[in-house]
Design a protein around this ligand. Sequence first.
Ligand code: S3P
Length: 178
Amino acid sequence: MKKNNIILIGFMGVGKGTIARAVVKSQGVFAVDTDDLIESMQNQKIKKIFEKEGEPYFRELEQKCANWIEANVDNTLISTGGGFFMRPNIKNLGHIVYLKSSFEGILKRIKKSPNASSKLKKRPLLKDMKKAKELYDKRVPQYEAIADLVVDVEHKSLQEIVDFIIQGVGHDCKNDKI
Ligand code: S3P
């Protein structure tokens, strides 16, 4: 049976963390973030892991994280790093919700944030904007192909996004057992 997790996927800076926190507030669900799990597992920031060990090692850590979720986590909202959707077992983890925005919309969102420079600095793959745009163009069709639900986050309020996600996955992910 398909798991009852909601898995938020989408490009860096699209607002996965902000939207996850809004769903938590409105629905009272439990939530985890794959980047946070990896950072606490390694006791190291993502940026440092990329610098010291390289991207392939980071992807291995994402795979460990995906395996752990598959084996142990249910009824939970899971926000993911922008490349987590590439894990081959992602479809086993729950309802995949793609948060969609144009590249320009993502940049606008990052720039208007009060901690814009730290948002850019902590993301190694946003260092070079030309490469970031190429990565975005490559990933958009992949995100769309894997998603059970696509949410246009650029033209909706936070509340509209939350409502759309909850209605779209057909039920909530409250865990009555906890
Ligand atoms: C990545 C996105 C980042 C983080 C890492 C790699 C990617 O997460 O996992 O820097 O490959 O798109 P955010 O999407 O939260 O920035």
